[in-house]
Design a protein around this ligand. Sequence first.
Ligand code: 5AD
Length: 463
Amino acid sequence: MNRVHIKTYGCQMNERDSEAVAAMLRARGYRIVGSEDECDVLLLNTCSVRDAAEQKAIGKAGYSLARKKRNPDFILGILGCMAQNRGASLLDRLPDVDLIVGTQKFHRVPDYLDNLRAAKEAGAPIGEAIVDTAEELDSQNTIRDHMDGPEAQVCAFVSIQQGCDMHCAFCIVPTTRGDERSRPMEDIVRECAELAERGTREVTLLGQIVTSYGRRDYPHSGGISPFVQLLEKVHAIPGIERIRFTSPHPKGFRQDLADAFARLPKLGEHVHLPAQSGSDRILRAMKRPYTREGYLGIVRMLRSAQPAMAFSTDIIVGFPGETDADFEQTRSLCEEADFDMAYIFKYSVRTGTPAASMPDQVPDGVKEERNQILLEALRAGSLRRSQALVGSVQEVLVEGPDKTGLRFAGKTRGNRATVFEAAPRLVGTLVPVGITRSSVSTLYGELVLADAGLQTEPCPASL
Ligand code: 5AD
């Protein structure tokens, strides 16, 4: 009765929340199992950012509920953003769900499961589902304890903030994640230091809008924003070799952050910089407080701080009112920014957001056409940028075996996935890899050894 499987949909924040729930459940004596077929409790940690994500989780929940017919003790819980967004109304479609827990209540999951299991064991009838989507003061501080899993992770996510106050016209996040709240700087630094002691070498600082971190809690100091102050503190932790962060907002990229990339060597040369559109008219309608030229100015500023800087982005096609001319602006922005990677989304109506009721909704066929045009352009750009790395030597953090288990995988400073032969003892170390070939998203190469002729197996000391 105590085997739990957690299936996660959506973003890295959700991944991190699932890890935190898993850690809390383990501490209560639950077993986290990798296989859904072997679990007694299935928890779906859901995403609401687009309708397709919600439909996927609802479909999965409906399918999983069939298990209850075979096994009445089976427990199904829906956690996270869709739970927050839809609350008890999910029970209209999924009446047999046991547990619905919103984004500020993850830490309550162990208690709720204990209660459900105790009731089942006592043979007590379980009436209503447990639904908890209330707000909780300081909930940003509850996503704290990091995994207690058997092995330290080479790369770990650290939550620094929850919620968002930006209210972009298309976005459901302010509803699902609430107002922007930051964790105390010393808590974050302590968590990163503990992770480093346990073997983590790369931390990704997570939030909806990380560049706004601490703006209400900490003053600027000598022109340095609280977010950059946090980067400096994490940078000073021995054992942390690399720092990444996501997602920032373009408006948060001031000179102090660009300078940080030049002076803090643990910051990899990669920035995820959501553009959403290249048309000033659409950016205004989206309530994105920057222009096309402002966005490209940030790209130039960061490339002048770090010429090797790689950018990824998020783009929405088919926002209400988007004309062919607007789309052309987005296409050409992608060309000019020269992205390494992009997530392209077809605009999805989110009930309750301002854009949902805007006139001139774009037909699905047009969205799909624009999606395909951009995908192809970005694929070609990404391939060109990865091919430009063939022949270079890249510093790679070895994360573990690759998908086949035959070789090892890690990422370059610019966040490119890289596959190469290595020895298990190199996991968690930075190694130089000579790049020999590339695909759109992956680099392939060989360890560069100082004394290659004498070594049959790579040895850290020789690297
Ligand atoms: N429709 C399509 N894409 C969306 N995103 C957010 N809301 C929507 C929506 N309603 C995209 C944005 C954001 C990413 C996480 O999801 O590009 O940056």
